[in-house]
Design a protein around this ligand. Structure first.
Ligand code: PLP
Length: 406
């Protein structure tokens, strides 16, 4: 199916500007995607038409706002094909979702000596919360090694899995390498021994159709701002049977049923995990972002981005001295590279002067950089509004910088 990328670009007002006198080429989508006018309008509508604290009001505005918030939960539920909308907990994003899970799952199910398995290619957000549990509860974090290509060493993973393993938490897609991990295989292996699995979907939700029932994952987390939605909103999906058993994360606001000084009882799902005034504005924006993605179609998005990735990979590899980090067979939307010994920051700053926005550094994946013994990489990451011409500009820019350094 052919798509009109110019029409899509017109939905994103931020793209239409010059940076340092050059047209903006935005290739930092793995950090955050830009926001279409439809989402901006929806957020503006909340503040101009029906802003009011949700759930507790009897008046009209509060009812309208509550309805909009809960409709967004249903949109998330349908987007990931969760069985129930109350299995969708709104959070500030992926990081908060993992912190919620590590705290609540840890308090409820983990004790000293238990093990949690992550992989060598995780974002810090899926490492540090578990390390905090090592300190607090005395659990042990085990790490799946990766190959030079950036794929998980599945044989090593099988060796790590034991009756001490109480949770496996891995990325669906690596933010620094673009590797798509074999999560279905991981989930099946874990379930064969009744170990639950959390998937960090921060880099997958915008590129790959996720069906949590088909995957049968126990938890799935993602952020709205990487899915063309606003910042400050994301979700934790959890199977009802786990969430019902887990201790609350934070106290206060809507998470209670009754409070007295003799004792407090907690609300039902999903509210048990949503203390305080939720970001209903962000939730509404996220719902409209999901509508936006659905309208184009995730499969169309994925196919188009895959073409861009292949084109970029092929073109970049023509630059002498350029090495790509992350050459897994199954990849999506990210190309990470270094050229000779040019520091990624130098490359990033010089590309910026050409109007090209890429991310440089460790990408919040320092253990992964240590694995490759590099300070970081230059990362270009693609979204539905990027074009081949922009890839050409990137390649031209990198070529020029390489020549200057030579
Ligand atoms: N996990 C992965 C794989 C990511 O790429 C990111 C952000 O880049 C995060 C977690 C953290 O997401 P957030 O900062 O939206 O909480």
């Amino acid at each position: 199916m052919s798509i009109d990328i110019q029409k899509i670009r017109n939905d994103f007002p931020i793209l239409n500007q010059t940076i340092h006198g050059k047209p903006l080429v935005y290739l930092d989508n793995a950090a955050t995607t830009q926001t279409p006018q439809q989402v901006i309008d929806a957020i503006s509508d909340v503040y101009t038409k029906y802003n009011s604290n949700i759930h507790r009001g009897v008046h009209h505005l509060s009812n309208v706002c509550t309805e909009a918030h809960e409709q967004s939960r249903i949109k998330v539920q349908q987007f990931i094909n969760a069985k129930h909308s109350h299995e969708v907990i709104f959070t500030r994003g992926t990081t908060e979702a993992i912190n919620l899970l590590s705290f609540s799952f840890g308090e409820t199910f983990l004790k000293a000596g238990d093990e949690v398995i992550v992989s060598n290619l995780e974002h810090h957000s899926n490492i540090v919360p578990w390390q905090l549990l090592e300190t607090r509860l005395g659990i042990k974090l085990r790490v799946i090694p990766i190959t030079d290509e950036g794929e998980l060493e599945m044989d090593e993973f099988k060796k790590l899995l034991s009756d001490k393993t109480k949770l496996v938490a891995v990325a669906h897609v690596s933010n620094a390498l673009g590797t798509i991990n074999p999560i279905k295989e991981i989930i099946d292996l874990c379930h064969a021994q009744n170990t639950p699995v959390m998937i960090d979907g921060a880099q997958a939700i915008q590129h790959i159709k996720v069906d949590v029932q088909e995957l049968d994952c126990d938890f799935y987390v993602f952020s709205g701002h990487k899915l063309y939605g606003p910042t400050g909103i994301g979700a934790l999906y959890g199977k009802e049977e786990w969430l019902n058993k887990m201790h609350p994360y934070q106290g206060g606001g809507e998470m209670i049923q009754t409070v007295s000084f003799e004792g407090t009882t907690f609300n039902e799902l999903p509210f048990k995990f949503e203390a305080g005034t939720p970001d209903y504005n962000g939730a509404v924006g996220l719902g409209v972002a999901i509508d936006y993605v659905n309208e184009i179609g995730l499969e169309t998005i994925a196919n188009y981005e895959h073409e861009l990735l292949e084109y970029a990979t092929e073109k970049l590899l023509t630059i002498p001295g350029l090495k790509i980090y992350g050459t897994a067979k199954n990849k999506c939307s990210v190309v990470s590279f270094l050229v000779n010994d040019i520091h990624p920051y130098d490359m990033g700053m010089m590309l910026d002067k050409m109007g090209i926005a890429v991310r440089t550094g460790h990408h919040c994946a320092q253990p992964l950089m240590q694995r490759y013994n590099i300070p970081g990489t230059v990362r270009a990451s693609f979204a539905i509004y990027n074009t081949r011409e922009e890839v050409d500009q990137l390649v031209e820019g990198v070529t020029r910088i390489a020549q200057i350094f030579a």
